[in-house]
Design a protein around this ligand. Structure first.
Ligand SMILES: [Zn+2]
Length: 445
């Protein structure tokens, strides 16, 4: 069966409880049939009292789930059982669960199973009607390091068996709680024979093949399907890597290629919306940045008629060219895009600010590079004082002024929309420009 689910990762910038409903209604209008909710560090879990950055109480989380279901969404909780528990394992109260002191969970630690089962029980009370649970289990970077795990390796278990034995245990626990388990596919794909690796998991397990770059169909999906297990796909609706540190807008065309490619898949797809690369990484920007992508992912036919479709394509090309004389005209045009609701109005304002940020970020790099190049040349050709004054003294001053105006406007987006994380986001964005302070006028001879 072909369905479109939306995954929301709450560890990033999220709306406060009273502002979430507007998004859920918008996502439903986009056409998504289900929500995969990864509350992560944002719920004050009873089972993890050390939760790092809570925004919602467990009661509010349950109300979010009820609201989503009343809007017609199927809901799926996402927990993690080994990797990506950095938000909890970073707290010293959880030190006993660490794999040899790292922020990966140790499957041999005496308290690990009890802790995860308590979390699953808590999720069951928050998601009483859900048919599936996603167990995560992706990107487990550290396996078999501690004395207890090393002893198991010495007794003949492989690293993959340390992993798969642990995953199987929670697939079984999920079934006992009335959930059908989902597991990410990357750890299976890292094995020489992914189909054989997938067969070690119970037959009811759904494997989710996440491929966030390029256009499917992907060979990895076929390999996982060879196991006979049900395989779903997963796009990267909101994800990034190096580019997000100097860019607060995505490369929309890359995201669209991936999303629209997955929408042609002959099975269920989860469109993933990440809040950070990991718990200890910088924020990705708010969902407002991705509103056009939600519209594209939820229903490709509606997207064909969406007034932003052509405009986003054009914007993406201009962002990639990064030519200032082209980009300066863009924000005013974006602010005139047609908007069908308040969220689209806020989205277009955020995107316009994103272009203004990009102009400043590009100019910063140019100034830093120009400074170094001129310094090198001046030793050979001397210095043109007036030109240097313009390029290396006046230009950084103007950029400082522009950034000073831009940051409060970005902050106002947070205030108007009830988003958490304003201080952190502005610190992250502002950090780019601190380098300007190191650009000093050349020593003129
Ligand atoms: Zn261990």
């Amino acid at each position: 069966m072909k369905r479109r689910f939306l995954h929301l990762d709450f560890k990033g910038i999220v709306p406060r409880f009273d502002r979430l409903e507007e998004y859920l209604r918008y996502f439903r209008q986009c056409g998504f049939e289900g929500l995969v909710l990864e509350f992560d560090c944002r719920v004050l879990w009873r089972s993890w009292p050390c939760a790092a950055m809570p925004v919602y109480t467990p009661e509010e989380a349950a109300r979010i789930v009820r609201l989503a279901e009343s809007l017609g969404f199927e809901t799926i909780p996402l927990m993690q059982i080994q990797g990506h528990l950095e938000w909890a394992l970073g707290d010293d109260s959880c030190a006993g669960l660490r794999e040899n002191g790292t922020l990966t969970l140790c499957p041999s630690a005496p308290g690990s199973e009890k802790q995860l089962l308590a979390w699953m029980d808590e999720l069951r009370t928050i998601f009483p009607r859900s048919r599936y649970i996603h167990l995560g289990a992706d990107e487990v970077a550290r396996i078999g390091l501690c004395p207890a795990c090393r002893a198991r390796l010495e007794r003949g278990e492989t690293k993959f068996q340390l992993y798969s034995t642990h995953v199987k245990k929670f697939c079984a626990a999920a079934e006992k709680s009335g959930f059908r388990p989902l597991v990410w596919g990357d750890m299976l794909l890292a094995e020489p024979d992914p189909a054989e690796a997938a067969k070690t998991l119970p037959e009811s397990t759904v494997i989710v093949d996440w491929k966030y770059w390029g256009k499917g169909p992907f060979g990895s999906t076929r390999k996982l399907r060879d196991s006979g297990r049900e395989v779903w796909g997963a796009s990267g609706l909101q994800c990034a890597w190096y580019e997000h540190f100097r860019q607060i807008l995505p490369f929309y065309e890359d995201r669209l290629e991936n999303i629209l490619g997955w929408n042609e898949f002959d099975g269920t797809v989860i469109h993933t919306t990440w809040g950070r690369s990991g718990n200890k990484y910088a924020f990705y920007p708010p969902w407002l940045m991705s509103l056009p992508l939600f519209a594209a992912a939820g229903d490709p036919e509606k997207w064909e008629r969406h007034p932003w479709r052509e405009r986003i394509g054009e914007l993406s090309r201009l962002l990639r060219r990064a030519l200032e004389f082209e980009l300066v005209k863009v924000p005013a045009k974006i602010r005139a895009w047609p908007a069908s609701c308040r969220l689209e109005e806020e989205s277009r304002e955020y995107i316009a600010l994103g272009v203004e940020y990009q102009i400043a970020a590009n100019r910063l790099l140019e100034i830093v590079a120009d400074h170094d190049a001129q310094l090198a040349s001046s030793r050979f050709v001397g210095i043109d004082r007036e030109t240097m004054l313009r390029d290396l003294v006046e230009a950084p001053r103007k950029l400082h002024r522009d950034v000073k105006e831009l940051l409060p406007k970005l902050g106002a987006v947070f205030d108007r929309n009830g988003l958490v994380g304003k201080e952190e986001f502005l610190a992250e964005i502002g950090s780019q420009f601190r380098r300007l302070d190191t650009v000093k006028p050349l020593e003129l001879p």
